[in-house]
Design a protein around this ligand. Structure first.
Ligand code: SF4
Length: 352
């Protein structure tokens, strides 16, 4: 079958311009899967050291499956979206338990794995097994929408279906591996969101957006829902060189990671407006309290307004209290705990 000019141009561009990245040198589905999960919602420069750390710590799917959740989360620390790490771990376990340590070889079988969606299944199926199936990520939406003038909302179900159909028609049989890498790389380096390099682009003659000056309006992305404000008051309770920390619940932000004792309010609140049983108990011991600056921390749909209250308990007067909401950890123990980056930064900046 004759290759469509679009695919041909994209592959030729890729052969000249692609970055040399470690996961492009392997056909091992495990390493490809690791790289794809790590790189979701993460830039290559940020994800690369994590990929290297994971491959080094867990060279095979067996090593990852046999690791503790704490080890996996600790290594993941700083990448955010921690459910990805938990799914990664669960998926490794199921590959070992249910597939004798071997990744399924087809897109449809891969899709059945826990935490493996259409994007990751297509990436593994095409990069490791060269199955003719398109990957469709943010870069691909942008390139297709601009080149073919598709103005469907990429966040809508119909839009995604239409893009998927177009992507299906474009992927060249027998070359899915290189084509998929190529179109994603093209979106990442050439047809970038804010400043596409149109003047040097081999597709400009066939590109709808370039021909019609629509680079800024394509792709269409209609954001729904507004950002929610949350007010977090952390009590950083110290006793000697230990700090009170606790594991977060299984649901919600930073699920399963460790942070300090938290009081959350619906509105901004000052220190003397906080009312909480653990705080009331601590205050009775008349500790020294030091308040941090108010920090803002942005998550995808939430804006966190965070204040840390450093509280030093008097070790002479107090035996280690048994707060139901946490446990005192030494500096070495804290180092091993998986923590949100906001908490890790606070610990480092305050030499805790
Ligand atoms: S001409 Fe511009 S908008 Fe069109 S594909 Fe090339 S870089 Fe993207």
């Amino acid at each position: 079958m004759e290759q469509p000019p679009f695919a041909e141009e994209i592959i030729q561009w890729y052969q000249k311009h692609h970055r040399d990245l470690p996961w492009r040198h392997t056909l091992d589905p495990y390493q490809i899967w690791l790289s794809e999960v790590i790189l979701q919602q993460t830039r290559v420069a940020q994800g690369l050291p994590y990929y290297q750390k994971f491959v080094e710590a867990f060279p095979t799917v067996y090593d990852l499956a046999h690791a503790s959740e704490q080890e996996v989360l600790r290594l993941w620390q700083g990448l955010g979206y921690y459910s990805r790490a938990r799914n990664l771990h669960a998926c490794a376990k199921s590959i070992v338990a249910d597939h004798r340590g071997e990744f399924p070889k087809t897109y449809h079988e891969l899709l059945k794995l826990k935490g493996v969606g259409a994007y990751t299944a297509a990436a593994i199926a095409s990069f490791a097994f060269n199955e003719t199936v398109p990957v469709v990520d943010g870069n691909v939406y942008r390139v297709l929408s601009r080149v073919f003038g598709v103005d469907d909302d990429i966040l809508s179900t119909t839009g995604q279906k239409n893009f998927r159909k177009l992507a299906d028609q474009l992927v060249p049989a027998g070359q899915a591996n290189v084509y998929n890498q190529a179109i994603m790389e093209f979106g990442a380096l050439q047809c970038t969101p804010a400043n596409p390099a149109c003047l040097l682009c081999p597709l400009s003659a066939m590109c709808y957006a370039y021909q019609h000056g629509k680079q800024k309006t394509l792709p269409v992305k209609i954001k729904k829902g507004k950002v929610k404000d949350r007010y977090l008051h952390y009590l950083v309770v110290r006793l000697g060189d230990k700090v009170l920390m606790k594991q977060r619940p299984e649901k919600g932000i930073w699920a399963g990671l460790y942070d300090f004792y938290l009081i959350e309010t619906k509105q901004p609140r000052k220190w003397d407006e906080l009312n909480d049983p653990v705080l009331n108990e601590i205050i009775q011991q008349q500790p020294q309290v030091e308040k941090s600056e108010l920090l803002q921390h942005q998550l995808s749909h939430q804006r966190l307004h965070v204040t840390f209250y450093s509280i030093v308990l008097n070790g002479n007067l107090v035996k280690e209290p048994h707060y139901s909401a946490g446990k005192f950890y030494s500096r070495e123990e804290i180092e091993e705990l998986p923590k949100p980056i906001l908490i890790d930064n606070f610990l480092r900046n305050n030499h805790l």
